[in-house]
Design a protein around this ligand. Structure first.
Ligand code: DX5
Ligand code: ZN
Length: 220
C-alpha cells in the first residue's frame, strides 16, 4: 500500500496572502500543493492560470499537483510544465486522444494522471491504467470548493482498487472534493491513498494543525 499523502487545495487559499498560505503548506505535514485550473468551459467556474501557478512555485518547497479542469488540455501541457507542475492530471471527459495527452505530460517531464467525474464508469480505465501514475476520482461535481462529499465515491474507490491490484500496479488513488476529518479514514479503508482538502483546511482556525490531523488519521 502506498503511503498516504495530503494535498491542500490552493483554490481555498487567501489569494491576497498567497505567499503566506504557500509557506503555511511548506511548514505543515502536507505532501503536495493541489492546484485547480478551471477554464469556464469544461467547468462553469474560472480559477487561475500560469501567472498564479508561477507565483506559488516561487515559494513552494513541495510538488505541485496540477488538476486541469479545462477543455482540450493538450493545448497547454508544456506551459504548465514550464511554470512548475510536477504532476498533471487531465479529465477523461476533456480530451479525445487521452493516450497521446498522457505521453505529452510525461515527455514534458511530469507525472501523469487521469481524473474521472462521478458518473464516468471506472472500467474506462482498464486499458490505460499502466500509463498512469495516479487516478483522481472526483467526489463532487468539479468547479467549486466547499461542496458536499458524494457517498457513491466509496464504491468507486473499491472498484478502482480491485482493478489496480488485479493488474499488479501501484497507481495512486486521489480523492478530491469534500474531504474532511470525518470521512478520510473511511476513504483509506476503501483503498484511497492521496487526499485533496480545500475548505476543510483553509477555513479552519488552524490550517497547519488541520493538515497534521488529516495526515495522522490517514496514516493510522
Ligand atoms: C473542485 C476542485 C477541488 C476543490 C476541493 O473542482 O477540484 O480541488 O478545491 O475543495 P473542497 O476540499 O473544499 O471540497
Ligand atoms: Zn482539484
Amino acid at each position: 500500500m502506498n503511503t498516504k499523502l495530503i494535498a491542500p487545495s490552493m483554490l481555498a487559499a487567501d489569494f491576497g496572502n498567497l505567499q503566506r498560505d504557500t509557506e503555511m503548506v511548506n511548514n505543515s505535514d502536507a505532501d503536495w500543493f493541489h492546484i485547480d485550473v478551471m477554464d469556464g468551459h469544461f467547468v462553469p467556474n474560472i480559477s487561475y492560470g500560469m501567472p498564479v501557478i508561477s507565483a506559488i512555485k516561487k515559494h513552494a518547497t513541495k510538488p505541485l499537483d496540477v488538476h486541469l479542469m479545462i477543455e482540450q488540455p493538450e493545448r497547454y501541457i508544456e506551459e504548465f510544465a514550464k511554470v512548475g507542475a510536477d504532476i498533471i492530471t487531465v479529465h477523461y471527459e476533456s480530451t479525445v486522444h487521452l493516450h497521446r495527452t498522457l505521453r505529452q505530460i510525461k515527455d514534458a517531464g511530469c507525472k501523469a494522471g487521469i481524473v474521472l467525474n462521478i458518473t464516468t464508469p471506472i472500467n474506462v480505465l482498464e486499458d490505460i491504467l499502466p500509463e498512469c501514475y495516479m487516478i483522481l476520482l472526483m467526489s463532487i461535481n468539479p468547479g467549486f470548493g466547499g461542496q458536499k462529499f458524494e457517498e457513491v465515491t466509496y464504491q468507486r474507490i473499491k472498484k478502482l482498487r480491485q482493478m489496480i491490484d488485479a493488474q499488479g500496479l501501484d497507481t495512486r488513488i486521489e480523492i478530491d472534493g469534500g474531504v474532511t476529518d470525518k470521512n478520510i479514514e473511511k476513504l483509506v479503508a476503501a483503498g484511497a491513498d492521496t487526499f485533496v482538502a480545500g475548505s476543510h483546511v483553509f477555513k479552519s482556525d488552524d490550517p497547519k494543525d488541520t493538515i497534521a490531523h488529516l495526515k495522522t488519521l490517514a496514516n493510522q
